[in-house]
Design a protein. Sequence first.
Length: 246
Amino acid sequence: MLLRLTSGLLFLVISCSTLAAPPILRVTTSEYPPFEYLEDGALIGDDATTVSAILDRMGMEPVFFVVPWRRAEAWARNGSSDMIFSLTYSEERGSHYYFTAPINTARDVFFAREDSNIRWQTLDDLEGLRVGLSSSYSYAPEFMNWLEAADIEVIKISQQKPDLTGLRMVAYNRIDVFICEQSVCQFLLEKHQPDYPEIESIEAVPGMIGNERAFRAAFSRKHPDGEQLRDNFNQALAELKRETND
């Protein structure tokens, strides 16, 4: 009788522990410093910290998969992952995701060689130049519309680290300008100059491309509770912001 009672209590403890375990959330992202990147095997960065804090408030246990951006989006779109960050909203993306409220902001600028003396007031001032961009990123609508009509050579970069590749291509005069989120490429220039001294000649060209845009997280529409998770995320984000501002 004692053995039966002990076994029953052990089963109850194990069952309660299982029930108490937070639900797992599969989250994809890509290295995009300073917003999210790997350091000594750990995912760090401004947005990574924010997302982790919010999911903790939601009682979720995130499992992060840091993969090239094209794969990160493919997994989120087909439901292999439940959530993705950081990304900007577009109508096309909206058909695949439930977007959260903003978690950060993005400012796209051009980067060029210092000795090129490239300056611009309107995008048409860049006609005739070779413009580099990441093949998997979403840029400001006015920039994308201009690309279709402008007399320029567009070089789409699809390497695993397209921003660093783009900066190096500018340094070696393989392209004239590279469009990049300002803080991202400034971070890369400072971090990688010892390894790639040629990028020391690269600078941000004055002038923001389009308007400042919001970086967001997004839940896959393949997830049965994706919309509710988005709403819970936004509520936790609003609470975090209120506490931070108090």
